[in-house]
Design a binder for this molecule. Structure first.
Ligand code: NAD
Ligand code: IPM
Ligand code: MN
Length: 359
């Protein structure tokens, strides 16, 4: 089994190193992995003149699974698109046609006190945001900045979905709901946008194939409210690229920290890209402060969805539970009386707990 590791920028390399540690701990008495590393993001631009170097894309096509850290910095976000670190990631997702991005939002009982929200609201939260990842305003054309006749600059992006793109992610949503609590909530803006009216129509059509799944619809503005007010009512949420990006960062706070949210980006085949939901966090990069659990939990999703190692995936997840129960906390989830640790020490604790789990 071959894993391509793409550390990227900022805290990307710091958290990814801990996920690699966890995978090595799994491999110590189990499945063997071949791990290779390649450059992406600002690191790709510096090393090879491109945020998605050709060699990286080729290696990604050959790998069984890809573990990604974070790409981009505030500086490169200001460069032309082809030089922005984050665009390397967008191109990778598109090139591999990884249209279904699963972002599980699980409130660990051990972390209820770490959230800014009240215990009775978040206790028992267990939902998945399924974000469409290769369409929408992220990729629609026309796009760009141009000048009109008077010389004024005009910025354009286009929200666009084909019914085929909506249908395949809707099927993925219904299938995911079937493996969980049989509830799918589709989030759109069908009252204003034609694209989103089509979204609702197609999701409803697909729903006829899944009579055992309860389908509901929400507008994205109301959804953002309900998500914070009554998060336990949600099972699977399926939504477009931009709404999913925004809703999942908000949903992260139900778990206590954006540093707790893993994700899997999947296509039609078995190959997947596994990435924490957070970014490169320039404000804490290089300080051994980043929470590596989102990256480690992404590695667990990789074991499950691309490498066929369900038992190992569970061992990694149980190890995370164990270190949280033992009181290990990075600063973002720190609570009074807990054991304050850095990125490395958290990674070491999880790796050791995996050894105990697998014994
Ligand atoms: P961010 O997710 O990097 O950071 C937001 C806040 O959350 C910061 O205060 C940060 O310190 C904190 N945070 C994030 N991850 C954390 C972790 N693991 N542990 C503890 N705290 C954590 O978002 P941003 O500040 O909007 O973006 C920073 C850069 O990252 C930008 O250049 C952006 O384009 C890029 N970005 C990349 C990705 C990605 O590669 N998937 C995702 C989002 C943003
Ligand atoms: C994410 C990020 C990316 C996105 C950026 C870095 C391009 O915010 O993975 O959530 O918007 O998809
Ligand atoms: Mn995002």
């Amino acid at each position: 089994m071959s894993i391509l590791v793409l550390p990227g920028d900022g805290i990307g390399p710091e958290v990814t190193a801990q996920a690699v540690k966890a995978l090595r701990s799994v491999a110590a008495n189990g499945p063997q992995f071949e791990m290779a590393e390649a450059a992406i993001g600002d690191a790709g631009l510096h090393q090879a003149g491109d945020p998605l170097p050709e060699a990286t894309l080729e290696a990604a096509r050959r790998a069984d699974a890809i573990l990604f850290g974070a790409a981009g910095t505030y500086e490169s976000d200001l460069l032309p698109p082809e030089k922005r670190g984050g665009h390397g990631l967008l191109r990778l997702r598109k090139a591999l046609d990884l249209f279904a991005n699963f972002r599980p939002v699980y409130a660990f009982p051990e972390l209820i006190g770490a959230s800014t929200l009240r215990r009775e609201v978040i206790e028992g939260v267990d939902l998945v945001v399924l974000r469409e990842l290769t369409g929408d305003i992220y990729f629609g054309t026309p796009r760009g900045v141009e000048r009109d006749a008077s010389g004024q600059r005009i910025g354009t992006n286009t929200m666009r979905y084909t019914e085929g793109e909506i249908r395949r992610v809707a099927h993925a949503g219904f299938r995911a709901a079937r493996q969980r609590r049989h509830k799918l909530c589709s989030v759109d803006k069908a009252n204003v946008l034609e694209t989103m009216a089509l979204w609702r129509e197609v999701v409803t059509e697909v729903g006829r194939d899944y009579p055992d799944v309860e389908l509901t619809h929400l507008y994205v503005d109301a959804a953002s409210m309900h998500l914070i007010r009554r998060p336990r009512d949600f099972d699977v949420i399926v939504t477009g690229n931009i709404f999913g990006d925004i809703l999942s960062d908000a949903a992260a706070m139900l778990t206590g920290s954006i540093g707790m949210l893993p994700s899997a980006s999947l296509g039609e085949g078995g190959r997947g890209l596994y990435e924490p939901v957070h970014g490169s966090a320039p404000d804490i990069a290089g300080q051994d402060k980043a929470n590596p659990l989102a990256s480690i939990l992404s590695a667990a999703m990789m074991l499950r969805h691309s490498l066929g190692q369900e038992e190992a995936a569970r061992a990694v997840e149980a190890a995370v539970r164990e270190v949280l129960a033992e009181g290990y906390r990075t600063p973002d989830i720190m609570e009074p009386g807990a054991r304050s640790v850095g990125t490395e020490a958290m990674g070491d604790a999880v790796a050791a707990a995996i050894q105990r789990q697998r014994r």
